[in-house]
Design a protein around this ligand. Structure first.
Ligand code: XLS
Ligand code: NI
Ligand code: NI
Length: 435
């Protein structure tokens, strides 16, 4: 039986680029074959429970703006109503996946035992809905940043009891993710960082975080969870300095603690920008190390300088992101999660639907442009030409040589390189043909 929350809103269908229906897909056609695979299987869209259903519209200057029938979110019956509405949206959109934090799906009841009981109950309830034909779980995660107990960090907290509470919480969320057949398990450390070094033992905190993540990996193997463990980089916010600053920092951390073959990255567009990078930079860094896991495709406002978590709306940016994803072989267990919120004035159920429709369409459009560029091969050819010198036996031998012998050859052969154009504008013009 329908909750009636989305009353009057029909299932969203693909109508093609000429459609003027605001609630139709113009580019996202799940069954269209692109590079030998259905679009749905390439993009693997997921709705994020927290922003779409749990967020109440607060900002630093004002409280709740959304009034939903499942508010206040402190009761199991209303948590189930929220789940009912969630599955109605999944159905309207036709998305294949969703994601959650424990705190989004169950009420917070203070003690670990109570939280565990309600988590198990609500994930059983969600499991029934999945079996009845709902979408699959892309990833589960623990919210270890909202409740006051986490204010000084979770696994990096100076208090060992908080470390213990974090371990118990992650175990419960991994169990629940495993039970629901989740494809990945994510750790984002919003409070794994610090405000001031005056009260922080940075080295000890990193060691605790490394040990914690090793326990997570051990537990994954113990319970036979086949999904991928992912960490999500972000440079700051809520902590002033976050340890998982960006992809490169995370990769260094994972190597230091022996996790490079066990853990991959969940990269978020807005976090890349906060770290001073482009999204494709973060994707390319992770891909170069074989650590590209999944993405959160939500952008920031470029003027306000903080994590505004908006739905994507810039095709050229999205196209370059998918270009690097496709180039590295596409998603395996990962997907495209909308860790995105509608604006706090967008209070209608229709706004929630339209936001996802637009986000999915932009992604589809960028994705098709990326696939077309890859199939055309123009960028790959240009790249090959630019590095062609390295194909010679002599150049390869140099890499196994030493500074002295190389210097001798430079003298002997009078090596005097001729600068060559990087052709950036020509390549940018090339990209603009596709987007
Ligand atoms: C916050 C993060 C968060 C993670 C999941 O900025 O993006 O939403 O994706 O904890
Ligand atoms: Ni984020
Ligand atoms: Ni995120």
């Amino acid at each position: 039986m329908s909750t009636g929350f989305f009353e009057g809103i029909e299932k969203v269908v693909y109508e093609g680029p000429d459609s003027t229906n605001p609630m139709a897909y113009r580019h996202y056609n799940p069954d269209e074959i692109v590079m030998g695979k259905r679009m749905e299987e390439h993009l693997r869209f997921a709705v994020a429970w927290w922003h779409t259903f749990a967020w109440e519209g607060q900002d630093p200057f004002g409280g709740q703006t959304f009034v939903r029938p499942w508010h206040p979110q402190d009761d199991m019956e209303r948590a189930k109503l929220k789940a009912d509405v969630a599955f109605e949206l999944f159905d309207i959109l036709g998305v294949p996946y969703f994601c959650w934090h424990d705190a989004d799906i169950r009420p917070e009841q203070g003690s670990f035992a109570e939280n565990l009981r309600t988590l198990n109950e609500i994930t059983d309830y969600i499991g029934e809905k999945m079996e009845a034909g709902g979408p699959d779980l892309l990833w589960g995660t623990a919210n270890m940043f909202s409740h006051r107990r986490w204010m000084g960090g979770a696994s990096t907290n100076p208090d060992p009891d908080v470390f213990a509470f974090a371990a118990a919480t992650v175990k419960s969320c991994m169990d629940a993710t495993h039970k629901l057949g989740g494809q990945n398990y994510v750790l984002w450390g919003g409070r794994e960082g610090y405000e001031t070094l005056l009260n922080t033992d940075l080295g000890a905190e990193l060691d605790h975080m490394g040990r914690f993540l090793n326990m997570v990996v051990d537990y994954k193997h113990k319970i036979g969870f086949k999904g991928t463990i992912l960490v999500e980089p972000k440079p700051q916010e809520p902590s002033k300095h976050q340890y998982d600053f960006d992809a490169a920092t995370c990769i260094g951390f994972l190597r230091k603690y022996g996790l490079e073959n066990e853990v991959k990255l969940n990269l978020e567009q807005g976090h890349a920008i906060l770290a001073g990078h482009s999204f494709e930079h973060e994707i390319a860094v992770a891909a170069a190390e074989g650590m590209l896991g999944s993405i959160d495709m939500n952008r920031n406002d470029y003027q306000s300088g903080w994590d505004t978590d908006q739905f994507p709306n810039n095709t050229p940016e999205v196209a370059l992101a998918y270009y690097h994803i496709l180039k590295s072989g596409g998603f395996a267990s990962g997907g495209t999660n909308f860790d995105a919120k509608v604006r706090r004035q967008s209070i209608d159920p229709a706004d929630l639907v339209a936001a996802h429709v637009g986000g999915m369409d932009i992604c589809a459009r960028g994705f098709k442009a990326a696939a077309a560029m890859l199939e055309d091969g123009g960028l790959e050819t240009a790249l090959k030409e630019r590095y062609a010198g390295w194909e010679s036996a002599e150049a390869q031998a140099m890499l196994g040589s030493d500074l002295g012998s190389i210097a001798q050859r430079v003298l002997d052969d009078n090596v005097n390189p001729e600068p060559r154009s990087g052709r950036q504008e020509i390549l940018e013009n090339y990209v603009n043909r596709f987007v």
